[in-house]
Design a protein around this ligand. Sequence first.
Ligand code: AGP
Length: 624
Amino acid sequence: MCGIIGVVSHRPVGGDPATNSGVGQILIDGLKRLEYRGYDSAGIVLADKGRFTSKKATGKLSALSQAVKGNMPVGNIGLGHTRWATHGAPSCDNAHPHFACDNSIALVHNGVIENYQTIKTKLAKEGHKFRSETDTEIIVHLIEKYHKHHPPLESVRRAIEHLEGSFAIGVIFAKKPNILIAARLNSPMIIGLGDKETFLASDIPAILPYTKKVIYLAEEQIAEIDASNSAHRVNIINFKGRKQPCQVSTVAWDAAGAEKEGYPHFMLKEIFEQPAVVRTTSRYYLDTKTNTVKFPALTGMAKQLSAVNRIVLVACGTAYHASLVGKYAMEELCRLPVEVAYASEFRYALPVLDKRTLVIAISQSGETADTLAAIRAAKAKKALTLAICNVLGSSITRDAMVTLYTFAGPEVSVASTKAYTTQITAVILLSAYLAKLRRTLTPKDEKSLVREMLALPDKIEKVLTLNDMIADYADKYKDVTNFMYIARRYNLPNAFEGALKMKEISYTHAEGYGAGEMEHGPLALVDDTFPTVAIAVKSNVYDKVISNIQMVKARKGIVIAIATEGDKFIRTLADGVIEVPETPEILSPILTVIPLQLLAYHTAVKKGRDVDQPRNLAKSVTVE
Ligand code: AGP
């Protein structure tokens, strides 16, 4: 997954002397805000007086910033790219942008061209010379081939007809410095409409400082921005060449929202945003006057939803863990059979689906390749499809019949935190809505659940006050080589999520297990060299978890318990206790995950890890 930015501007070619914010600086700054999408190499290219000047560097974006220091290319149009390698190792040759043989065309790409090898062989036979191992490079040579007889837009359109896989591309032509072209298939691309300047980007933060007016390019669309005069013209066509409407939206976020606001890492900022974003998300789906749930977006399909006889939740990673919480809630409230599937498995399985199956895809980015493929497979089988997503206009919102948004705001850290708690919030309230439709939830129970949900943000705030204590636990156990996480029922997904957080940012091995499974094998691992984190909040399985904790302690295991405030007994058992306020079991995962997020965060910081951009990972896995 990579980050792309492009701009055509009427700023002074050498940059505005007052702010030195020429096109080149816009590209570098934009790439910095996209670095979470990939960061193994980067490059920019600008066109001036009919010629391209390009700079590339391997490693983090700071290497490219260094390369252009005092040596910034000039021009009124340019492209930038930060890479997460899929074909070809990180190197300057493989870094984008890529160029036509005669250096007349430059291109940047996010995605994977699945049939690139066949095309590359054919183009090579036609005399094209390749400088990289990438799949991307074949696109610019295809455009070059068609540009000999066609104008820019048509040459891009004809080139695209050959491509299979996923792509979001930006294209510029050295001899046509007023034409900027963007196109997309299965990868995100937005167009930003500034003041006498127009942008293209993979994601909103890259262009937020310059404009909040955006066009979300839809699947199979190509946009041509013509900046021949200061009133830039945007022309959108589909892959068949038919003109498409330009729908302009206004972004609710601001540039600061995408920055760290004084926190040392985006992850910590996003952990501390959870009271606010859980509040925003829950209130969006609640009528606080009547203490009832409301899903106006589902009114049109209420009849179909009432007839549903089975639910399947599909997702990846953290979103998969939120789906597991959804399973418990939907089975309890809706009294329906609920399955949860890894999207990467679901898309290749042979699921039995029909029009009475409801398939719900959960995805923070709305761009995860496996989850997109899963929901498309569900649609093909005529199942009802919903998405729970955090990014307006993302690909999944165009695939699902209806999208239910979480309102977590931009989640920049690769490790998902606030998206997770807002996904759980949304999936629990959706469960209540579906149960209402099926008359398996009484008005009294609905009101009680809503009241408890409305009280949750203050309880999250309270858990966050334990940050320093949790940092102390991290300090105490930062050198262990294993962590075990155990829980039952609604909190079992958090055993998996806590382990995932620990693994993905501190690189320490961690494993989540059903507490009841310990005797079936994992207990053999237990000794005094690593801690077991046990979620043992008040619930109808509390006693069972206590007995599992006792099993661990009997083998000299170390136990850190996540317990309900005021639980004195557990203090006689565990080596450490982190208390969370009492709340109904169905809502407890939103509270019990907070200490697990903070434990992983502080452990990673104390181990000197790159918390927001952990090795080998990217924020959104938009390729398989
Ligand atoms: C979790 O911390 C990871 N960032 C990862 O597992 C993520 O949850 C997964 O890739 C799914 O992403 P999505 O929600 O954007 O689809």
